[in-house]
Design a protein around this ligand. Structure first.
Ligand code: SF4
Length: 332
């Protein structure tokens, strides 16, 4: 290893010890609790910012202090403790994962990338984060913050250079086998606090002497081309005696088993017919364009539920359903 490179991990860890944020999932505790806290925090952080997650995390681990208590909770109580964080499928997956760990893995989080990735809601990134943070393995999880630091340090520019597969290879720039848990969090923290998307604070950064972007004074990050698809849906809105009809979603992969308005995907051509107002909602890599069809009745099934209009906002429902409801109320 090059001499300058070899002292880099020391500089990064020194910076981290002095500057890290004191987050509730970082408190010193037993290995078992560390694994549980890392699991819960990583699920919560999947689509939500740190400062939003902190109070929810504290409340969540107070009410469900370990995997066993989480595995036994009923859905209603689970959602109450998740309310406000959104993306309820994360909560459902977290509970399912806790059940599997308790029953199949004798209440012990698997210490293995491929086993972790088999668990609900755990993909490549979360599995890497668990391996690094909870099990102290020398892996650098590639979240958005780490990607930005890597792209800047190596001054990566082209579409090919900033592609995920290339960054997966390039992350070995940060290789280090000492204090792997702190080290992975340190690089994430540099991305979050120092190497900001706009105006990076280079003079506070432990990477400054190694950073090509700083040398070239070129901090621009090319955005990746996202392939978003426009999809067209017709939502059925049925109201009766001040109640609104929703249905348990067993059809679509998004918001699985949660309450949504009955809906169907339609062609762009059919979408344009009798079009009055469009509600736009982004859902993962989909640009959903939604129009409403007001109906008087709906076939009876055990999947439907009537929700009182006056209490609609207070119900624990996906923000997707609430957004559509609000848009409809604005139109009526
Ligand atoms: S020196 Fe500046 S651009 Fe380079 S990694 Fe640090 S903060 Fe980012």
């Amino acid at each position: 290893m090059h001499k300058v490179q070899s002292i880099l991990p020391k500089k990064i860890l020194y910076w981290y010890d002095k500057n890290k944020r004191h987050l509730p999932w970082r408190i010193k505790s037993s290995q078992k609790r560390k694994e549980y806290y890392t699991l819960v925090s990583e699920f919560m952080l999947q689509q939500t910012q740190v400062k939003t997650v902190v109070p929810y995390f504290k409340n969540f681990v107070k009410n469900f202090p370990n995997l066993r208590s989480l595995s036994r909770v009923n859905e209603n109580k689970l959602f109450k403790n998740w309310q406000g964080l959104g993306y309820y499928s994360r909560a459902k997956n977290l509970k399912k994962t806790s059940e599997i760990i308790v029953n199949k893995y004798k209440n012990k989080l698997p210490n293995n990338l491929s086993e972790l990735k088999k668990l609900p809601g755990i993909g490549e990134y979360t599995a890497s984060a668990l391996m690094a943070i909870a099990f102290n393995k020398p892996i650098i999880p590639l979240d958005g913050n780490v990607e930005r630091v890597l792209i800047r340090v190596l001054n990566l520019k082209t579409e090919k250079e900033i592609a995920k597969e290339n960054l997966m290879k390039k992350r070995f720039f940060f290789c280090n086998a000492v204090r792997s848990s702190d080290y992975a969090q340190a690089i994430m923290e540099i991305g979050a606090l120092i190497c900001k998307p706009k105006n990076p604070l280079c003079h506070q950064c432990p990477l400054i002497t190694n950073c090509l972007s700083f040398k070239k004074k070129d901090f621009e990050i090319k955005s990746k081309i996202k392939k978003e698809k426009n999809k067209f849906f017709e939502v059925k809105y049925c109201e009766n005696k001040n109640k609104v009809l929703l249905i348990k979603n067993e059809e679509y992969t998004f918001l699985k088993n949660l309450l949504i308005f009955p809906m169907r995907e339609i062609s762009k051509k059919n979408f344009s017919k009798n079009l009055k107002k469009v509600t736009n909602i982004k859902m993962s890599n989909m640009n959903m364009k939604i129009k409403v069809n007001y109906i008087k009745s709906f076939k009876k099934t055990d999947k439907i539920q009537w929700i009182d209009k006056s209490k609609f906002e207070k119900y624990i429902l996906p923000s997707f359903t609430k957004k559509i409801y609000k848009s409809i109320q604005d139109q009526i």
